[in-house]
Design a protein around this ligand. Structure first.
Ligand SMILES: Cc1cc2nc3c(=O)[nH]c(=O)nc-3n(C[C@H](O)[C@H](O)[C@H](O)COP(=O)(O)O)c2cc1C
Length: 369
């Protein structure tokens, strides 16, 4: 099944492999995507990754989260993205841009001294208390996301993925921990999800209903089990159902916010048991929605990939770190040359000079990770 095609909205993806969004630290300081990024995506497309999701692209400079992050906040980005998209399409892969506002995890800087979030909940990781967004600021952000989708369509992308995971703005909205609002965007599960529906409506108004809208969804904030008033199952299933019923054509299941620890990219994945660490969530979500579900997080071996598809945990396999290490992993699995990804999940690939595998396979003990 790994090499069967699948339809997401009106997009046909040639196989079940997804390059999960991965920030590359390769854009210009103003967010312009570079040839270097295009080269990386082309290599992944040549390696037969069916669907490539870009690194997170910020929809407004007031929501930039990291250095050398790519942007999509201005029409000047359409042309450079168009070149990148065509490099991927030449090899038959699809490409979707992940769009984000940093919310509570925005990078504070001289030009951006105010951190915006649904509610002023202090981030215990860095001591920063964000400002509660006014109604006007929420409406502006909805407009920013919709304009980003318009630019994505104009650049030839096959769709957009709304980043509703990992503690950025839209994930702040869906979590009761970070959203304490009392207006129409806070309170019940439906109200915390409403901003996403507003973005989808605005995208539809701007560019019609056909452009695929995907979501990367936090199933859990990632705090210790039993922590009260945080996002977790079963609420994430309700959120997924709302999204699937309102125009989202595929849901990628992830988890974790920065404040809860580095839960989204775990280390020490040494056996099949520790792989696919969000599979319990994706199974619940897949059983509840009728759109394809992608699973990300620690998937390393062909046997687990097949199990995820065969046993109804997911429809697609999303990979981040393994494809930094081996951009040709998919081809190698297809040819029977590889059964397990080389990636040891050490996270040394988070490299501000541009992501790359920095693990020293010759001189390191695999147990290191
Ligand atoms: C260097 C690096 C950058 C990442 N950037 C993003 C990003 O831009 N957007 C996103 O949704 N997830 C991002 N992630 C998380 C991955 O997409 C993925 O969810 C996580 O690494 C677990 O999958 P893996 O075990 O296959 O690496 C990043 C991960 C890494 C290691």
């Amino acid at each position: 099944m790994l090499f069967e095609s699948i339809i997401l909205g009106n997009m046909e993806v040639p196989n079940r492999f997804v390059r999960s969004a991965t920030h590359e630290w390769m854009a210009e300081p103003d967010g312009t995507p570079t040839d270097r990024i295009g080269g990386m995506y082309e290599e992944l497309a040549r390696g037969e990754v069916g669907l490539i999701i870009t690194g997170y692209a910020y929809v407004n400079p007031n929501g930039k989260s990291d250095n050398l992050q790519q942007g999509i906040y201005d029409d000047k980005f359409i042309e450079p993205y168009r070149k990148i998209v065509s490099r991927v399409h030449e090899h038959g892969s699809k490409i979707v841009v992940q769009i984000v506002h940093g919310g509570r995890q925005t990078m504070m800087s001289a030009s951006n001294p105010v951190i915006l979030a649904p509610s002023p909940v202090t981030n215990k990781k860095n001591g920063v208390t964000p400002e509660e967004m006014t109604e006007a600021e929420v409406l502006e952000s909805i407009e920013d996301f919709a304009n980003a989708a318009r630019r994505a369509k104009e650049a030839g992308f096959d769709g957009v993925q709304l980043h509703v995971a990992h503690g950025f703005l839209l994930s702040n909205f869906i979590s009761p921990y970070t959203n304490r609002r009392k207006d129409r965007w806070g309170g019940s599960t439906e109200k915390r999800t409403q901003i996403i529906l507003d973005i989808i409506d605005r995208i539809h108004e701007m560019i019609g209903n056909e452009f695929p809208i995907l979501v990367k969804l936090n199933a859990t904030d990632g705090f210790p089990k039993g922590t009260k008033n945080v996002l977790d199952a079963p609420e994430c299933v309700e959120i997924a159902k709302i999204l699937a019923a309102n125009g989202v054509c595929a849901i990628e299941v992830s988890g974790g916010i920065v404040e809860a620890g580095q839960e989204m990219f775990r280390t020490k994945i040494k056996s099949a048991d520790s792989e696919a660490y969000y599979k319990g969530y994706s199974k619940m979500i897949k059983e509840a929605v009728d759109v394809p579900v992608m699973l990300v997080g620690g998937i390393r071996s062909k046997v687990v990939m097949e199990q995820m598809l065969d046993e109804g945990y997911a429809d697609m396999i999303s990979l981040s770190r393994p494809l930094i290490c081996e951009p040709d992993l998919v081809t190698n699995i297809k040819n029977g040359e590889t059964e397990v990804a080389k990636c040891v999940s050490c996270n040394l690939c988070s490299d501000e000079s541009g992501i790359k595998c920095n693990y020293d396979f010759d001189n390191s003990d695999r147990e290191h990770s």
